[in-house]
Design a binder for this molecule. Structure first.
Ligand code: CDP
Length: 247
């Protein structure tokens, strides 16, 4: 959220600046796989965001003191490429924001990966933002879920994430960067669609209890199309094989 000085009008004649309605998502494309050396990978474009996710492991957790004898430890690294936006120019290790996003992303996947199947191991999730335009943590989680699925690591659900924002008293979905900077609230949510479990809920700004509940309903409804796209991306390579051999 930015300051109110020079704040642009984010809603004009009932439309957002990019022409979307309040509950419309930006266009999305997901490709499963692609990185040969990774156990699993995926690439996603969500509006102007371009995100790549790679999964390595399960493998012996190193250094040894990071091991958990009962279950796999999940390690997650989110980073923005130095050329991904106008703001991020250098890379001298992760900044506070990247550490925070890595942590909340890890916590989402700790809730769905069957970690007990891999005692003593680690599973590494890398998220690289190649181009950013607001909502990269949501895009990162959505992409990483597909990457994990391609790796065959068992999960109880295939999470996706989406952000809900507020402009004045109006709730909007899937904030782009301008909306993220100047909205009155921003609430990124990760959802496990099997039972609509809330796996992450963050909040910048403030929303009333009613707005939170309405925002969750909007996110879950629009999220059905995100979940569908993730599954289609996972099926696509197999469908291509079936088509090729006319099975
Ligand atoms: O990307 P997300 O909305 O999850 O995170 P944010 O911290 O709310 O940042 C919003 C947007 O600001 C990002 O998506 C980037 O486009 C931009 N940003 C940036 O360009 N450089 C930074 N160091 C931080 C944010």
């Amino acid at each position: 959220m930015g300051s109110s000085t020079n704040k642009p009008e984010l809603i004009v004649n009932g439309k957002r600046l990019d022409g979307r309605g309040f509950a419309d998502l930006r266009p999305m494309k997901i490709i499963a796989g692609g990185l040969k050396n990774a156990a699993g990978s995926a690439y996603m474009e969500w509006g102007n965001n371009k995100v790549l996710a790679a999964v390595y492991g399960p493998k012996e957790a190193l250094p040894k003191h990071t091991q958990d004898p009962d279950k796999a430890v999940i390690k997650c690294k989110y980073s923005m490429a130095p050329f991904s936006s106008l703001e991020e120019h250098n890379r001298s290790g992760p900044n506070r924001r990247a550490i925070e996003i890595s942590k909340v992303t890890r916590e989402v996947f700790e809730k769905v990966i069957l970690r007990e199947d891999f005692p003593g191991s680690e599973i590494d999730i890398f998220i690289e933002v190649l181009q950013s335009d607001g909502g990269t943590r949501a895009a990162g989680i959505t992409t990483a879920a597909v990457a994990l699925a391609t790796s065959g690591i068992p999960m109880t659900d295939l999470p996706y994430a989406i952000s809900v924002g507020k402009v004045g008293d109006t709730l909007i979905l899937d904030l782009n960067k301008a909306e993220d900077n100047y909205s009155d609230a921003d609430m990124p949510i990760a959802i496990g669609p099997r039972n609509n479990d809330i796996l992450l809920l963050q909040m910048d700004g403030s929303l009333t209890k009613e707005q939170i509940s309405e925002g969750l309903t909007m996110a879950k409804k629009a999220g059905e199309s995100v979940a569908r796209l993730q599954r289609e991306a996972l099926k696509a390579p197999y469908e291509r094989i079936l088509e090729k051999y006319k099975i």
